[in-house]
Design a protein around this ligand. Sequence first.
Ligand code: HEC
Ligand code: HEC
Length: 329
Amino acid sequence: MKQHWFPVLLFFIIGIVVTHDCIKGYYRQQEADQAFAAYQARTVVHAPWQGPGADQLPNDSLVRYGYALVVNTAYYLGPQGKVAHLNNGMNCQHCHLQGGTLPFGNNFGKVYATYPQYRPRNNALQTIYDRVNDCLERSLNGQPLDSSTHEMKAIYAYLQWLGRDVPKGVALEGTSMMKLDYLDRAANPEAGKQIYAATCQRCHGDNGQGQAGAYGGFVYPPLWGPHSYNDGAGMYRLGTLAGFVRNNMPYGVNYQHPQLSEAAAWDVAAFINSQPRPHKDQHTDWEQVAQKPVDYPFGPYADPYTEQQHKYGPFKPIQLFSPIKHNRS
Ligand code: HEC
Ligand code: HEC
């Protein structure tokens, strides 16, 4: 009998030891998890810049007027504007969402901190006034404002107020636009046309014309045609438009909850920028040809790629040819 007892006892002892170790391991893991959670709670999470809401505007009439001009540009400066008739009826806010405060919504978070700055497009030092006028002449396909006008002073004051707490020279995370990864293929306008019809057309119209609103402005802004941005505008570069659309459209999505895949955003951008729009003479832009961004669609170039490839991609080979110009705006 005795020799049968031994293996049973051994088995029992091993069982106890293993169970004990498991329980110890479990508690150790739980301790580690708790320690990690506590560490995370202490760590400042790297959050993208988010501007103040309209309800936080200061009691400063110039800043408030600047905000109104950004949100309701057409009312003041559009085709039937109250102050002047300067542009196509779009509002700054159509592209600089929520008054230019939304993370990755083409916001103004880095403007006051990073201008004046050298911009290779203009081959010159650009002030905030120059940059606003670039959008007035290109995105709003209109006339510039002199820096001495009440309107330009107000827009400046608003941008200054928005960026007042941003350290000088720093482009915080989430400011301006997100750069999407390049696809391995060219963006496809035909595929984009289907996406447009299914996802965008109900607001932006069957002909990209948007929906007209009061004072020559828009309820839904146009994406192409005579009242849209011209071909010298930032949105005419595919990467810029795709980055905007992916994180902000259809209206109501945001960078944390996008609806389109990145590929779909590139394709719908290719469709939109294949449609007719006003032309801007850009022969003085990008004097330093080698500085042209990968997705700048007008030659001549300092590389052997065609205008077609610079417009639709694939961009990776161009980027490999000259890596420095990757993110230039
Ligand atoms: C059709 C779209 C569109 C409209 C309308 C528009 N912008 Fe822009 N704006 C852009 C794009 C695109 C950029 C470049 C973003 C990038 O390169 O990341 C830009 C950039 C800017 C910048 C520089 C931002 C930075 O971080 O360097 C300022 C300032 C600016 N816009 C002001 C305005 C103002 C003021 C108005 C109205 C008068 C306006 N924009 C209207 C599309 C638009
Ligand atoms: C529910 C309506 C709606 C849908 C759907 C929608 N948009 Fe928009 N879109 C808007 C509104 C409204 C604005 C202007 C935002 C503002 O003024 O706050 C806008 C602005 C834009 C702009 C910048 C302004 C301009 O006219 O150039 C682009 C580009 C754009 N949308 C592209 C798209 C694309 C691409 C889709 C489909 C993937 C899409 N939108 C779907 C309502 C919509």
